[in-house]
Design a binder for this molecule. Structure first.
Ligand code: SAM
Length: 294
C-alpha cells in the first residue's frame, strides 16, 4: 500500500505527468486505476479525504479516502437497488431513514413512494453532502422537499436513540474503513432492529460478493440472529471492483420474495423493473457455495 495513499500526491503516477486515482485493494495485491481528467475538488475533512474527479468512463466520481463511492453515469444503479427493493416490499413505507448521505441518491428514489411522510438522512460528514451538491447533483428537488430531514451525526450514535420508529432503514454505508467501521460492529445490527417498527425492513450495503465475501457473510450471519427474513440480492455496477455488488435485506414480517410489486415505482427508473427485482435474488452457484461455506 502506498504510504501517501490519502494525499494528493498519492494520485500522481510516477511515470509521467498524468494524474491517476489508484483504488488500492492491498489485501488482494490489486490497484484499479482511473485517469483523472480533472481534479474538481479535493479536501481533507475532519472525517476523511474527499475528492471529486472527472473520468472518461464514468463522468464525475465522488471518491472518499481513495475509494470511488458514486459516479454520475452509473450511480443510478446503486441508488435504485438499495432503495426500491425494500420500499416495494413494505406495503406502506411511511417513515424512512438512511445512514450515509453522500449524494443522497437513495433519498431521491424513496421520495417516489406516495406513502412516504418523512425521510431522515443521517450523514457523519456534512462536507460530503456539500461537495456533491456543488459538483454532482446540482439540480434536485431534494433540498426543497419538506419530507427530508438531514441529520449530521455519526449513524452509530444516532441509531441508538431510535426505537420502534422506521418502516424502512437503508444502511448506505461506505466499506468498513474510516468513519464507517462502527456501522459493521455487531451491536449495530441490534440497534438497527430496535429502530424499526414491528414490520420494519432494513437494507445493508454488503460489499462485493467476489472480493469481500467475508463482509457479506458477516452481515448475513449478524442479521440472521435477529430477523426472521433475510435475503441477499445482487446488481451489476460497472464502476465498482468486479462489477457485481451485494445488498442484504432483513425484514421482520414482509418477504421480498412474496411481494406483489404492484407498488414498485420503476417506470422512471433506469435499472430496476419487476423482472430485475425478482432476478436479483437469484445468486450464481459460486456465490451460493461461498455463503454456505462454514
Ligand atoms: N450512495 C451514496 C451516494 O449516492 O452518494 C454514497 C454514500 S457513501 C457509500 C457512504 C456515506 O456514508 C458517505 O457519505 C460517508 O461520509 C457516510 N458515512 C460513513 N460513516 C458514517 C457514519 N458512521 N455515520 C453516518 N454516515 C457515515
Amino acid at each position: 500500500m502506498k504510504d501517501n495513499r490519502y494525499s494528493l500526491t498519492g494520485y500522481h503516477k510516477e511515470t509521467n505527468e498524468e494524474l491517476w486515482l489508484w483504488d488500492d485493494l492491498p489485501e488482494l495485491d490489486m490497484e484499479i486505476g482511473y485517469k483523472v481528467g480533472a481534479l474538481l475538488h479535493y479536501e481533507q475533512s475532519p472525517f476523511q479525504e474527499i475528492s471529486m474527479i472527472e473520468t472518461k468512463a464514468f463522468g464525475r466520481m465522488l471518491v472518499l479516502d481513495g475509494t470511488p463511492q458514486v459516479t454520475a453515469k452509473d450511480g443510478f444503479i446503486y441508488n435504485e437497488m438499495i432503495t426500491h427493493v425494500a420500499m416495494a416490499t413494505h406495503p406502506k413505507p411511511t417513515k424512512v431513514a438512511m445512514i450515509g448521505g453522500g449524494d443522497c441518491g437513495p433519498a431521491r428514489e424513496a421520495l417516489k413512494y406516495k406513502d412516504v411522510q418523512q425521510i431522515d438522512v443521517v450523514e457523519i460528514d456534512p462536507r460530503v453532502i456539500e461537495v456533491c451538491r456543488t459538483w454532482m447533483t446540482q439540480e434536485t428537488d431534494y433540498d426543497r422537499d419538506g419530507r427530508i430531514h438531514t441529520v449530521i451525526k455519526d449513524g452509530y450514535k444516532w441509531i441508538q436513540e431510535q426505537k420502534n420508529q422506521y418502516d424502512v432503514l437503508l444502511v448506505d454505508r461506505s466499506d468498513p474503513y474510516g468513519p464507517a467501521i462502527s456501522l459493521y460492529k455487531r451491536p449495530f445490527y441490534q440497534y438497527v432492529y430496535d429502530s424499526l417498527t414491528d414490520d420494519g425492513i432494513a437494507v445493508f450495503q454488503s460489499g462485493s460478493p467476489y472480493y469481500n465475501s467475508d463482509i457479506l457473510k458477516k452481515t448475513i450471519g449478524s442479521v440472521k440472529k435477529l430477523f426472521p427474513i433475510v435475503h441477499t440480492y445482487l446488481c451489476s455496477i460497472p464502476s465498482f471492483p468486479g462489477g457485481i455488488w451485494s445488498f442484504t435485506i432483513a425484514s421482520k414480517k414482509w418477504d421480498p420474495l412474496k411481494a406483489d410489486l404492484n407498488g414498485l415505482q420503476w417506470q422512471e427508473a433506469k435499472y430496476i423493473t419487476p423482472e430485475v427485482f425478482r432476478a436479483s435474488f437469484i445468486l450464481p452457484g459460486y456465490i451460493r457455495s461461498k455463503l454456505e461455506e462454514k
